[in-house]
Write a new protein. Sequence first.
Lengths: 251, 283
Amino acid sequence: MDAILKTEHLNLWYGDNHALKDVNLEMPEHQVTALIGPSGCGKSTFLKTLDRMNDLIPGVRIEGQVIYRDRNIFDPQVDVTWLRRHVGMVFQKPNPFPMSIYDNIAYGPRTHGIRGKKELDQIVEKSLRGAAIWDEVKDRLKKSALSLSGGQQQRICIARALAVEPDVLLMDEATSALDPISTSKIEDLIADLKKSYTIVIVTHNMQQATRVSDRCAFFLHGELVESGETEQIFSVPKDKRTEDYITGRFG
Amino acid sequence: MEHLSVKRKLYDRGLRALLYLCGAITCALLIFLIVYVFYRGLGGITWELLSTQTSYINDTTGILPNILNTLYIILLAMVIVLPLGVGSAIYLTEYAKNRKLVAVIEYATETLTGIPSIIFGLVGMLFFGQIFGLQYSLLSGGLTLVVMILPTIVRTTQESLKTVPQSYREGALGLGAGQWRMVRTVVLPNAIDGIVTGCILAIGRIVGESAALLFTAGMGGVLNNFFEALTSSSGTLSVALYLYAGEYADTKVALAIAVILMIITFIINLAATLLGKGLKKKQ
Ligand SMILES: Nc1ncnc2c1ncn2[C@@H]1O[C@H](COP(=O)(O)OP(=O)(O)OP(=O)(O)O)[C@@H](O)[C@H]1O
Ligand SMILES: [Mg+2]
């Protein structure tokens, strides 16, 4: 089992708030790792740290390491744009740019220097197909992405992330704003995507975690309580707190 | 219960009447002002006034130089203030890391927007006119206006940058865009309507300004091209209005200029609204 992404003694503070406490977690290649835990336990914080989106927030202090393909991402030699190109993020709320569907998908490739119309056309189609939304939008690529429904917008955002051909895809509650049908479409998509990508998701939905993830990590108050195979976590959790959480005894 | 509701109804009615009165007085005042100025000034607008300069030799009274000076000074001030103001607003909202310093600067710009313009005129006269030796010139006046308008441009630009959802920024950065690419492709296009509106309102302020220009750009009414004007005393329309109303005691010309200024102001406000709306719609 090869961990493409792992954290070592990761600590994070928002000012005085110690939001991540000595987190050690390995995320193996071509697997879906689900982060679970009650609200405010640090799941989003952890996820954002993996592609350094916390850099945007003033007052954040980070200690420890995040190793992506044998490189510590906090190493001054590592360029964050390089990192984010390889470690993509899909946010909780769909956030397509107020541009056409086409321009949304082409945004990443253009950012990385791809200008040719033919090549962009191909990437756009491939990414939209990859995100299972091609058939729904192929006739209106020039329309604003904001004219789509929430579920479609989220899949546009997934396609947009796929267009830069990342290695790892991070998804923070990517389905929490969606209806059941859109949700199940995205879940199917995740199962499909893990053949080519390594995926880390945050979810509040225990069923979703068991349906889509291979491995699970349970966070509580900024601590990683337990991590392992999803099946094991949900059948024979080692820690009493994990058991209490997944059986819904607190939340 | 009954009693209370009757009382409340009376109170409601009284209040409504009072508010109605306020609205009516405001409208009446505005309409009176506009009608009065147009009634008395419109007749003074002649072809001679618009197409000549005031000259004792030719016996003409004209404000063409002032019209041109107004355009020149708008051009000069905007060319300098726009890149400067928008640039520093982008720096303050998108780049600056030191939040405390930014807060201080924001407070300072906020305060500066409310300072009486005569103070800018005084400082401009001493600084640009005397220390820099620009004396009475379009350059001196233009630079004074730049200083005067800069805080407004910075503020309005900052405000419109702040309305761009953070999620757009995250989206762009998350795809590996650098800071400048993010600003250029997702932040600025979504803030442009606010920036344009801010600029047009700034132009409106320039058009209406007199106090800051009297002792910097001066009151000159000689026909000049842009480059000649840069170094010579150049009165704008508002300054000319001040002159004709005061020094020359020629209310007829003063009122004619007033009409022209009101029309220009109206056009500027209309342009601000339309452009703001049009740009928003394009999204
Ligand atoms: N930008 C921020 N500034 C300061 N504190 C923050 C910030 N973001 C999160 N926190 C704090 O960090 C802790 C963890 O928050 P985080 O958003 O990671 O939780 P979460 O597990 O994702 O919760 P949820 O399930 O509600 O999304 C919380 O105590 C929160 O208040
Ligand atoms: Mg969260």
